[in-house]
Design a protein around this ligand. Structure first.
Ligand code: G3I
Length: 369
C-alpha cells in the first residue's frame, strides 16, 4: 500500500525512488497498474488452498481458467453444458474484484466428439459449423457481463512455412471461415467483449505474418479482435527482439496485445530425456542454484522492461500459473521439478518477483512521474 501511493503520486522527481525494502509491501498488480493488468491462470477455486487464494487476491487483477472452461469441460456431451463449477470460480473471482479472461472457446485439444473436425462432405461441414456456433454462442451468452475478454480460438496457425493453418481435414478456406464464424458468434452473444486469437510462436516472422493476416481478416469484418501471445519461454532463449518486432507490428495495425500465458522454463527437457513420463536426472529437485535463479530474475526483468516500453499496445500480462508448484511445466513433456514462476512452491517470492517490481519502480521514476 505504501508503495502504491508513492508510485501513483510520484509526480515530482526521481528523489521519490522507493527503496527495495519497501517494495515487498507492494503487490505486482499495483506496481503495474498504470501500464497494464496483471493476470494468472488458475485451477478451479475449490482446488486452491487458503494461502494460494490470498496470493491470488492480493497480487493479481485478472484470472484465466487454466483448464476448467475448455470446450470438453463446458460441453462434456454433445448438447449438454456443465456450467456450475465454472460459475462458482468465476463468481468468486468477481467478488474479489478480479476480471476474468475466458479460455478457450475453440481448440483442437481438450474437446469432446462434438467438435471433431470432419470435413469429408458438405453435411459434415454444416454440422461442424453449427456445433461451433452453438458452443460459442451458448457459452459467451452464459457469461456475458461477467467475462470481459475471451480466447475465442486457440492455436489454429501452423508452425510450418508452407501452410496457413495447422493440418486438419478441412481446407484452409473453410477453416478461416469457421474461425470467422466463431468470432462472429461470440461478438453477437456479447458485443462488449474483447475477442482474442491466442497462439504461441507468433514472435517469429513466419507465424507473425500469418497471425497479422488472420487478425486483419477478422478486423475488416467488424470483429473487436485482439491477439494473445502465449509467451511460453525457455531460460536463456527468450526471443526479446522478435517479441519487440511483433509488438510493434500489432501496434501498427491498431490491435491490442495480451501476453496471455507467460512462463520461463528453467529445465530444458528434450523428449528423449523422458522415460515413462519421468525425466531422467531431474536437475533441480529442491531449490534453484543461485546462478540460475539470478538468470531467471534478469530475464523476467528484461521482459517487463520491454512490456513497459510497449505498454500502449498491451492490455494485459498474464502468467500461466500462480507459483512454481502449480505450473504445467512440472508435468509436460514429462514429470520434473520446474521453477518457472515468480513465487516458489512454498509461495515465497523469488528474486524474479523483486526484479520485476524493481523495474516498474525504475521506469516510473525515469518517466518523471
Ligand atoms: O484432470 C486429470 C486427472 O483426473 C488425471 O488423473 C490426470 C492424469 O494425467 O490428468 C488430469 O488432466 C490433465 C489436465 O491438464 C489437468 O491437470 C491432463 O492430463 C493434461 O493434459 C492437462 O494439461 C493441460 C494442457 O493445457 C492440455 O493440453 C495443462 O494443465 C494446461 O496448462 C495446458 O494449457 C495450455 C493452454 O490451454 C493453451 N496454450 C498452451 C498451454 C500449455 O500447454
Amino acid at each position: 500500500m505504501i508503495f502504491m501511493s508513492t508510485l501513483a503520486c510520484n509526480t515530482k522527481s526521481r528523489e521519490h525512488f522507493v527503496p527495495l525494502a519497501i517494495q515487498e509491501s507492494v503487490s505486482l498488480r499495483q506496481a503495474y497498474s498504470k501500464w497494464f493488468d496483471i493476470g494468472t491462470a488458475i485451477p478451479l477455486m475449490t482446488n486452491l488452498s487458503e494461502r494460494e487464494r490470498d496470493l491470488l487476491f492480493n497480487q493479481f487483477g485478472v484470472v484465466t481458467p487454466e483448464n476448467f472452461m475448455k470446450p470438453g469441460v463446458l460441453q462434456p456431451e454433445t448438447g449438454h453444458f456443465a456450467f456450475n463449477e465454472a460459475d462458482s470460480s468465476v463468481n468468486l473471482a468477481l467478488e474479489h474484484g478480479l476480471k476474468v479472461n475466458g479460455h478457450t472457446l475453440v481448440w483442437y485439444r481438450q474437446n469432446h466428439d462434438w467438435i471433431e473436425m470432419s470435413c469429408d462432405s458438405p453435411d459434415a461441414q454444416a454440422i461442424i459449423r453449427e456445433r461451433i456456433r452453438q458452443h460459442v454462442s451458448k457459452v459467451v451468452k452464459h457469461f456475458a457481463g461477467r467475462i470481459g475478454s475471451w480466447d475465442v480460438w486457440n492455436e489454429a496457425i501452423s508452425d510450418s512455412r508452407n501452410e496457413y493453418f495447422r493440418p486438419s481435414k478441412c481446407s484452409e478456406e473453410f477453416t478461416q471461415d469457421l474461425i470467422y464464424e466463431a468470432f462472429a458468434a461470440a461478438h453477437e452473444a456479447d458485443p462488449a467483449a474483447l475477442l482474442l486469437y491466442n497462439d504461441f510462436g507468433i514472435e517469429y516472422p513466419t507465424k507473425r505474418e500469418k497471425a497479422l493476416r488472420l487478425i486483419q481478416y477478422l478486423k475488416a469484418r467488424g470483429i473487436p479482435v485482439g491477439i494473445g501471445i502465449q509467451a511460453h519461454y525457455t531460460l536463456d532463449n527468450v526471443p526479446f527482439n522478435f517479441l519487440k518486432d511483433t509488438l510493434v507490428a500489432f501496434d501498427r495495425i491498431g490491435v491490442k496485445v495480451a501476453i496471455s500465458e507467460l512462463d520461463i522454463d528453467v529445465v530444458k527437457t528434450p523428449k528423449e530425456s523422458c522415460t515413462n513420463k519421468m525425466m531422467m536426472g531431474d536437475p533441480y529437485p529442491n531449490e534453484l542454484p543461485a546462478d540460475v535463479d539470478n538468470r531467471l530474475a534478469d530475464q523476467y526483468k528484461s521482459l517487463f522492461s520491454l512490456f513497459i516500453d510497449h505498454s500502449s499496445t498491451l492490455s494485459r500480462v498474464s502468467f500461466w500459473a500462480l507459483h512454481d508448484g502449480r505450473s504445467w511445466l512440472n508435468h509436460q513433456p514429462c514429470e520434473r521439478t520446474n521453477h518457472p514462476m515468480l513465487w516458489d512452491r512454498q509461495l515465497q517470492p523469488k528474486q524474479a518477483l523483486k526484479a520485476v517490481i524493481e523495474v516498474a519502480i525504475a521506469k516510473d521514476s525515469a518517466s518523471g512521474h
